[in-house]
Design a protein around this ligand. Structure first.
Ligand code: GUN
Length: 292
């Protein structure tokens, strides 16, 4: 029987646990974790994400601040806002929603965030820390994926893992985390010669390519654990739309030992991990331990 890894339940559990710890932090240290989200422009998908982030931040008992800026806002103005948030002691996490409008240089904006408030883990210093296995902030989607893998498999040591996709947000940090867990890691991408054959070797498959239902059942080693990071909206024959992952669920779920569904798998874990990172940094910036 294939296990369906329930990210919705896992994330609800994690958020409940975080809310409990936030309550203790407030009571014992009078610290309320604060998360600021910066959205530039009107990208509809980004607006949906930002709304969910704000709602779940407040539900966890944290302070949620949203800065919605016009698409024509200059880079200088965005940098000025980040500087103000860097200097605001009530803010412990700053997230700049990506993508930014073309006239704004993403890297310059991300690297202007105080590294201890970079709850996305995208700042070069946090990327560097992750690559050498030092303490730092870990990007939310890979962190959520690792949490689910460890919850399902226990130790990952010695397992063969393949990451499909080499993005800075998911593929590369995911590979670094799997390596930290002592997996033997392959990173595959659009130029990989025989993707199916590479996949069939793996005990763990993480798909993060943004191609709807690309991974098929005959690519999977029987019993492997499959983490589907993809969220793709496709059209049904009747014109309605639905969300699918990068994995063809119908065929892969017949072969895999465990699989995350889309929706309801990795997706809900991303915001839960953002709140996790915000609580960690609120404690660190205030010099207190994270409540037990
Ligand atoms: N856009 C899509 N995913 C993300 C994410 O994880 N963080 C940010 N800041 N923007 C995104």
């Amino acid at each position: 029987m294939t296990t369906i890894i329930d990210g919705k339940a896992f994330s609800a559990n994690l958020r409940g646990e975080l809310a409990r710890r936030v309550g203790i932090l407030k009571q014992n240290h009078s610290v309320t974790p604060g998360l600021a989200v910066v959205l530039v422009g009107e990208d509809p998908a980004s607006q949906v994400y930002v709304r969910s982030k704000g709602k779940q931040t407040a539900e966890a008992g944290m302070k949620s601040v949203e800065h919605k800026l016009d698409a024509a806002t200059s880079q200088e103005e965005v940098l000025k806002l980040i500087e103000a948030l860097n200097n605001d002691p009530s803010i412990h996490g700053i997230l700049v929603q990506l993508p930014l409008p073309k006239h704004i240089h993403e890297e310059s904006v991300i690297n202007s965030i105080n590294i201890d408030k970079d709850v996305d883990g995208f700042h070069l210093s946090n990327v560097g820390r992750l690559s050498i296995g030092a303490d730092g902030i870990v990007p939310c989607t890979p962190l959520g994926s690792i949490m689910m893998l460890k919850d399902h498999l226990g130790s990952l040591s010695g397992l063969k893992a393949i990451v499909l996709g080499r993005s800075n947000i998911v593929g590369k940090p995911m590979a670094a985390l799997l390596l930290q867990e002592s997996c033997t890691v392959t990173i595959a991408h659009s130029r990989t010669k025989d993707l199916a054959a590479e996949c069939r070797e793996a005990d763990i498959v993480v798909a993060a390519v943004g191609r709807p239902e690309m991974v098929k059942g005959d690519w999977i080693k029987p019993g492997a654990t499959v983490i589907d990071v993809g969220i793709n909206r496709i059209q049904n024959t009747d014109g309605s739309t639905k969300l699918v992952g990068d994995v063809e669920f119908s065929s892969v779920s017949l072969v895999a030992g465990a699989i995350t569904p889309v929706p309801g798998g990795v997706g809900p874990m991303t915001i839960a991990c953002l709140l996790h990172n915000t609580l960690q940094q609120a404690c660190r910036l205030n010099g207190v331990d994270v409540p037990e």
